[in-house]
Design a protein around this ligand. Structure first.
Ligand code: FES
Length: 276
């Protein structure tokens, strides 16, 4: 699994977002919107799930976009063209259900913007009217604006500090749109609080809402139980039952708690390492 290219697409105030293109012909042939891969940088490294942002069967390339958030993503961000990964498994998870819904809103926050791109493209191709709402802290952290513009009929950008687009949160725009028109589907990817607020807002209008969950994973094949989430009172595994779930039925509090469980160890490893 050779790295074809690695580009830093955001480098601002300590936040780095990387676009990594990998030679993975078999995965590129099978990948569908909404699916992910699991990456191991080195033999003793952890396994990290990352959404497939683009797959090109003609060149055999698979594109991943991630923010350096912990030890492994920082290691991954330091690979260069020609380097190899220890392992890459995929495509994993159920593809997003692509069909003609009608009017669809996609809500992407932070690096979640990259994850809504393949779904926006596939839903547009299926004949849906696409409205995309992109949210980030400030202009420097915004990614893939042009790509999402091409994949959407309407595009709204929200920044926390008002440095680009409109000042405010994605849910501010979402509530405005829902109050003014009828929509058939909402698809949201981003930080857990954003997805939770999206689901709360859309519940009022009774609009079907799918969220792609970034639960912690170990084996990503349904064997370890690490990625379990409660959905509608039932235990589901994000890796094999998801990653898309009904946002109105997810137990958000439990998910938030579970995702924080290894934070102290992560901080400890990052401090011990020599990575900047
Ligand atoms: Fe182990 Fe999903 S990661 S069951």
């Amino acid at each position: 699994m050779k790295v074809i290219s690695s580009d830093i697409i955001v480098d601002s105030a300590g936040a780095r977002v990387i676009r990594l293109s990998l030679a993975a012909p078999e995965i590129s042939r099978k990948a569908k919107a909404g699916q992910f891969v699991v990456v191991m940088v080195c033999e003793k490294g952890e396994r990290v799930p990352l959404t497939i942002v683009d797959a090109d069967p003609a060149s055999g390339a698979v594109t991943l976009i991630f923010q350096e958030a912990g030890f492994t993503t920082r290691l991954l961000g330091r690979l260069n063209a020609g380097d190899s990964l220890y392992a890459l498994v995929g495509p994993l998870g159920h593809p997003t259900e692509i069909k003609k819904y009608g009017k669809v809103i996609l809500v992407g926050g932070g690096v979640g913007i990259a994850e809504i791109l393949p779904v926006a493209r596939a839903l547009k191709e299926a004949g849906n009217h696409i409205t995309a709402i992109l949210g980030c802290r400030n202009k420097e952290l915004l990614i893939l604006e042009d790509e999402l513009k091409n994949a959407s009929d309407e595009l709204y950008i929200m920044t926390d500090d008002g440095s680009y687009g409109r000042k405010g949160f994605t849910t501010d725009m979402l509530k405005e749109l829902l109050a003014g028109d009828k929509y058939d589907l909402i698809y949201s990817v981003g930080p857990i609080p954003m997805m939770k607020m999206t689901a709360l807002a859309s519940k009022e209008y009774n609009v079907k809402t799918l969220v792609s969950l970034n639960a912690l994973m170990v084996d990503a094949t349904g064997m370890c139980g690490c990625c379990r989430v409660s959905v509608g009172g039932e235990v589901k595994f994000s890796c094999v039952d998801g990653p898309d779930f009904d946002g109105h039925a997810v137990d958000w509090e439990e998910l938030e708690k579970r995702n924080r469980v290894y934070s102290p160890q992560e901080e400890h490893i990052c401090k011990l390492s020599s990575l900047p």
